[in-house]
Design a protein around this ligand. Structure first.
Ligand SMILES: *[C@@H]1O[C@H](CO)[C@@H](O)[C@H](O)[C@H]1NC(C)=O
Length: 351
């Protein structure tokens, strides 16, 4: 979760993966970040999720105490390989096998996805060359235990894997040339294993760096039915009612340009902070944004580029985290305060 150092760009991503299995809608999960010194113990967190109707959770490591708490809870888990482990996992298939055996196998019945690293190609560029071999080694180890079909391997990207000079309109989307050499083999791997492209998509970041060029209702998905806010993409002929869709489609167009236009997409993080000192960081805006995203996803539609493909999204984050670094707003993305009271209500209907 080093995210959001990102900045600028307009971004993207999303989901399609289980379009056939999830009739009637996409899926919404919540990211369970733990960079706080006052958060409840994992067993209480799982109960909070169950009571709130949360059925999918993303965690940022493979802490056995946390994964144990999810076992039998009915809440599906996605987990991450921390960036610091990539080099050793890339270097030796036996180490990867041992890692899978101890970290994943005991909890495999509750795990759907492993993100190998988080935003590596943009925030930990010196580790870029470890990413693909680590993914390969982990996938091979999963296959050894015959769980490679149940547990999918991918890696999470920040929005700025895109070329910042060509991120608007969406049809101009293309990957930054400096990440391409690493990205292309990874896309081939995802394609051949049936795993989704994972991206963190933050209209909030684009909005606060746009100096007024982006209208707030468009960024908050509050512009549906208000054509004065719509943005037409002359390159594709598509019309965007909101920035979230536009950011996702920018990624889809970038994937298409390198030959992977049908790869499923998953939004591994999106959200809006409820405080943090900026005009845009209010409870009202955070509540609007997240509720609008949830309604959009559960409504079952996709984006203009992939209208029939339901979205798969994780809201960042479950809690306000008081040990997150960076701008003040980083500590205020939560749906809940550490004492488990709600920052605002989020209507997570069953999906
Ligand atoms: C591409 O990525 C490099 C390295 O992060 C960055 O310096 C450069 O500005 C990016 N170029 C564009 C056009 O986004």
């Amino acid at each position: 979760m080093m995210l959001r150092r990102s900045s600028v760009c307009i971004l993207v991503i999303l989901v399609a993966y289980r379009s056939v299995l999830v009739s009637g809608g996409g899926t919404v999960g919540v990211a369970y970040g733990t960079l706080g010194n006052n958060l409840p113990p994992p067993a209480q967190v799982v109960q909070l999720m169950q009571a709130s109707g949360i059925k999918n959770a993303m965690v940022y490591d493979t802490n056995p105490e946390v994964m144990e708490a999810f076992m039998g809870s009915g809440v599906r888990l996605s987990v991450q390989v921390v960036n610091g482990e990539l080099q050793t996992l890339a270097s030796d298939p036996d180490i990867a096998q041992q890692w899978v055996q101890t970290r994943i196998l005991p909890f495999a019945s509750t795990i759907d996805y492993i993100s190998v690293g988080n935003e590596v190609l943009t925030t930990e560029r010196d580790k870029s060359s470890f990413l693909y071999p680590a993914m390969i080694n982990i996938h091979s180890a999963l296959a050894t235990f015959d769980i490679d079909n149940a547990v999918k391997v991918s890696t999470t990207h920040a929005a700025n894997v895109l070329d910042a000079s060509n991120s608007f309109p969406p049809s101009n989307g293309q990957f930054n040339v400096s990440v391409l050499q690493y990205m292309v083999p990874i896309l081939g791997f995802l394609s051949s294993t049936g795993a989704p492209f994972m991206a963190n998509v933050y209209p909030f970041l684009a909005y606060i760096s746009a100096n007024g060029d982006i209208k707030l209702p468009y960024a908050l998905l509050d512009s549906v039915g208000a054509p004065e806010y719509y943005v037409a993409d002359a390159g594709s002929g598509l019309v965007y009612t909101n920035l979230f869709d536009a950011q996702i489609d920018t990624l889809v167009f970038a994937l298409e340009k390198v030959g992977f236009g049908t790869l499923p997409l998953m939004v591994t993080e999106t959200g809006w902070p409820s405080a943090g000192g900026l005009e845009a960081t209010t409870v009202v805006n955070a509540q609007k944004y997240n509720n609008n995203v949830v309604a959009h996803v559960l409504g079952g539609g996709g984006t203009p580029k992939r209208p029939a493909v339901p979205l798969q999204v994780f809201i960042f984050a479950l809690f306000n985290e008081n040990q997150k670094t960076g701008p003040d707003y980083e500590q205020h993305f939560g749906l809940f305060y550490p004492d488990q009271s709600r920052v605002y209500n989020l209507a997570l209907r069953s999906n």
